[in-house]
Design a binder for this molecule. Structure first.
Ligand code: ZN
Length: 254
């Protein structure tokens, strides 16, 4: 990184791009001759299949491209590959503005991660989403890491250590509650979601929308094994099965 200190900013950009290209060439010459790793090839086949499927929705997707997005909700979920917001909510492209990070955490605005903060500002202040959902999930590795403590993480993973360090205070009340084992995990997942909702209210764009009662905030927890969704009821302080909150006529069989 020494070259960063020797060049002006314009040259620095040029040289950064040069070194990136050199690194890509040295690491992946097999990609330049048109062949791919198995994983990459599978992804490209997947994209081909997606295009064929999505072609049947051509008018809808073209309209989205031409008219721009008008998502109805900001969905803040975990980066975990098993938690796919559009799948578990039956949503289509254009419906959810999504932020995913480790353990679906929203830091307090005073300690904001600018990527998370920018997405909140844009979704709430510009796109004017009607609702924000923070969705945790069972068996969350980020929450487990916070329970194990930052010192248990690899020493050179500075970003991971910093991020997990943000989550530790968010689950303190669950830890202090005397729970153990999976009960402690479950309570910690819930507590992190509720703390994240509290933290959302510290962002100016969210506070404005709360003040004029034009936005709803929702805490969810998704169970990977049973596919069940628990929704927090702020009036009772309890978590309810999502199926009990929808009209009986539209409920699916368990
Ligand atoms: Zn997770």
């Amino acid at each position: 990184m020494g070259y960063l200190h020797h060049y002006g900013s314009a040259k620095c950009v040029v040289n950064t791009a040069y070194f990136m290209r050199q690194a890509l060439r040295s690491l992946s010459t097999h990609r330049i001759d048109g062949s791919f790793t198995g994983v990459t090839e599978r992804l490209l086949h997947g994209h081909h299949a997606f295009r064929k499927r999505a072609g049947t929705e051509g008018d809808y997707l073209k309209r989205l491209a031409l008219e721009g997005q008008k998502p109805t909700a900001l969905f803040i979920g975990c980066s975990d590959s098993r938690v796919i917001p559009e799948w578990l909510t039956g949503s289509s492209p254009g419906e959810l503005f999504v932020v995913r990070n480790i353990a679906n955490h929203v830091p307090h605005a005073d300690n904001a991660d600018s990527s998370v903060g920018a997405a909140i500002d844009y979704a709430v202040g510009v796109l004017q989403v009607a609702d924000i959902v923070v969705c945790g999930h069972s068996g969350c590795g980020g929450i487990r890491a916070a329970l194990n403590g930052v010192e248990a993480l690899p020493p050179k993973h500075d970003s991971l250590r910093e991020w997990v360090g943000n989550i530790v205070p968010a689950i303190r009340s669950a830890v202090d509650g005397g729970h153990e084992g999976e009960a402690l995990m479950d309570r910690s997942v819930e507590e992190n979601v509720l703390t994240s909702l509290d933290n959302l209210t510290t962002y100016g764009a969210v506070a404005e929308r709360i003040a004029d009662a034009s936005i709803g905030l929702h805490a969810w927890v998704y169970d990977l094994g049973t596919l069940a969704l628990r929704v927090y009821d702020a009036d009772t302080g309890h978590w309810a099965d999502a199926r009990t909150l929808i009209a009986p006529s539209s409920r699916l069989s368990p």
